[in-house]
Write a protein that binds this ligand. Structure first.
Ligand SMILES: Cc1ncc(C[n+]2csc(CCOP(=O)(O)OP(=O)(O)O)c2C)c(N)n1
Length: 562
């Protein structure tokens, strides 16, 4: 079958099982749009290309499939960079198609020409400039394979306009041959044996799990390991949901805004079992003082992340699911009851830390506390919602007070920390999971970074709920200024904020507002009863702080309990 490049793109997407894509047209890719509109693939027209990439990212995180987006050359391509960098930091599988000027014009400073392959080289897992239509199908096949295999990540394919016109025989490859790319899935038995010996010997072990557990679908293997040996579990921000948030062995999140008892447990453990986590600086604080008494086992599919930030005693390269399954086969003895007894002193110590410094806030009669809003959303959605967040205090309160029970339910820009991520990511999640309740927990600053996507939710009647924790400030930065800059709130007061209820209405959505604590529950119930998109403006205490907080560069035990 002879097809044009544009037709090959669409046919290849169909072969990959793609049903939804997010994008924005332009001259360089009009050929693809012309073909796309006749295809069974549903296209979501965004209002800014950054939104399209975050949507593809949110879609990928919640569907388990590769997210796809399509943009034009030049500014369309450069507008995707933040989303690509965020997906790269969080290891999210997406494929981004960008238009490019015709091949003979490349390098001529042609209209809307930009070297997007050069620009995104450091923030993609791999990227391609297609040079001949004959290469196109093979490149797309490879791109999807690379995006989802090994440590997942974003792939970019740059498509010069003439390639989209040119025709060739289309045959979608069945197999991939990549001699230089062979991820290690199977954990080495010798390393598993070494790890088992350490696990059986440890008196004060802690499991520290990250997003890799979610990516590799190994939450149930993680739970088996924790339960069979009575090992307490903490996760990173990216790992929330990998272990049930109401489990007796759950320590809460660790790190800069982690719980007091999770950070103390890591600081005093004698064995740290890191699974699919990368020892990010927000987790370790001052590296020399991180888990100083512990031997460290590190399981990760990406060999380059092992010993990148901390030295490790037992590295295990492999898929988390494979490694945990193998460990579970070896560590069964001496039996659950016995382990519970052995672990008693360690669990008692953790309980004491938890009782002396629990997570708390006081909800008075007048002002709404942001933490209370998150707890009420948890209660009224019975913990079953998909929660996307923006970045800042909103993100941390969502992490602390929504007790995630299931994987793939918390979506946040963990590594890059992109304000403006949450709303479009929530849209992608809603497309992937039309029957689930999807909330974006937002700050009044962040929501304004991609608020134009209100048009996308309204046009497609996607029932995303946006809960704005409106404190009138760039709250997280204000908190830094309160604690470390003697309350000099330089440029963090958001004078000129719009009326968010009116904004919702102007787009044809519903806008609701709560100003008093007793309005919080009813307004959430009302939002849940509405079938379409809703913005809820929660007017919250302006100067509430996220607690605990470890100042940058300090040890994890130096928590400020603000
Ligand atoms: C695109 C982008 N610009 C700047 C920042 C730096 N930053 C981190 S948190 C924050 C404040 C966020 O304010 P808001 O969205 O109102 O949320 P709050 O902290 O008040 O919950 C800022 C400016 C960022 N993370 N992302």
């Amino acid at each position: 079958m002879r097809l044009s490049g544009a037709e090959i793109v669409i046919e290849s997407l169909i072969q990959e099982g793609v049903t939804s894509i997010f994008g924005y047209p332009g001259a360089a890719i009009t050929d693809i749009y012309d073909t796309l509109d006749k295809s069974p693939i549903r296209h979501y027209l965004v209002r800014h290309e950054q939104g399209a990439v975050h949507m593809a990212d949110g879609y990928a995180r919640t569907s388990g499939k590769v997210g796809v987006c399509l943009v034009t050359s030049g500014p369309g391509a450069t507008n995707t960079v933040t989303g690509i960098a965020s997906a790269y930091m969080d290891s999210i599988p997406i494929v981004v198609f960008t238009g490019q000027v015709p091949t003979p014009l490349i390098g001529n400073d042609a209209f809307q020409e930009v070297d997007i392959v050069g620009i995104t080289r450091p923030c993609t897992k791999h990227n391609y400039l297609v040079k001949a239509v004959e290469d196109l199908a093979g490149i797309i096949k490879e791109a999807f394979y690379l995006a989802r295999s090994g440590r997942p990540g974003p792939i970019l394919i740059d498509l010069p306009k003439d390639i989209l016109h040119n025709k060739t025989e289309f045959k979608y490859p069945k197999k991939i041959e990549m001699r230089n790319y062979r991820p290690t899935y199977s954990a080495h038995p010798k390393q598993i044996e070494k790890a088992t010996a350490q696990i059986l010997k440890a008196k004060r072990p802690v499991i520290y799990a990250g997003g890799g557990v979610i990516t590799s679908h190994s939450s149930s293997e993680l739970k088996t390991l924790a339960e069979s040996l009575t090992i307490p579990v903490t996760t990173t921000l990216m790992g929330l949901g990998a272990f049930p948030g109401r489990h007796p062995l759950w320590l809460g999140m660790l790190g800069m805004h982690g719980t007091y008892w999770a950070n103390m447990s890591v600081a005093h453990c004698d064995l740290l079992i890191a699974v699919g986590a990368r020892f990010d600086d927000r987790v370790t604080g001052k590296v020399d003082l991180f888990a100083p008494e512990a031997r460290i086992i590190h399981i990760d599919i990406d060999p380059t992340s092992i010993r990148k930030n901390v030295s490790v005693d037992i590295p295990i390269v492999g898929d988390c699911k494979d490694a945990l399954t193998k460990l579970n086969q070896l560590v069964q003895k001496p039996g659950k009851q016995e382990w519970r007894k052995i672990r008693q002193p360690w669990l008692e110590q953790i309980k004491e830390w938890k009782e002396t410094h629990p997570l708390n806030y006081e909800q008075g009669k007048d002002e709404i506390k942001p933490q209370y809003v998150v707890e009420k959303i948890y209660e009224l959605t019975k913990g079953k919602a998909i929660i996307a967040t923006e970045v800042g205090q909103n993100q941390m309160w969502a992490a602390q007070y929504y007790h995630f029970d299931q994987p793939n339910s918390f979506i946040t820009s963990g590594g890059l920390g992109v304000m403006g991520y949450g709303f479009p990511a929530a849209i992608g999640a809603q497309v992937a999971c039309p029957d689930r309740i999807v909330f974006d927990i937002a700050g009044d600053g962040s929501i304004q970074m991609n608020i134009q996507e209100m048009a996308t939710v309204v046009a497609n009647q996607l029932p995303v709920k946006i809960a704005i924790l409106n404190n009138g400030y760039l709250g997280m930065v204000r908190q830094f200024q309160e604690l470390f800059y003697e309350k000099r709130y330089a440029q963090t007061f958001l004078k000129g904020n719009p009326d968010f209820v009116k904004i919702a209405e102007a787009y044809g959505a519903t806008g609701l507002r709560a100003k008093h604590p007793e309005e919080v529950g009813p307004v959430i119930e009302k939002a849940l009863s509405i079938k379409g998109p809703v913005i809820i403006d929660f007017v919250v205490s302006p100067e509430e702080c996220v607690s605990p907080m470890v100042p940058s560069g300090k040890a994890m035990t130096e928590m400020l309990l603000v």
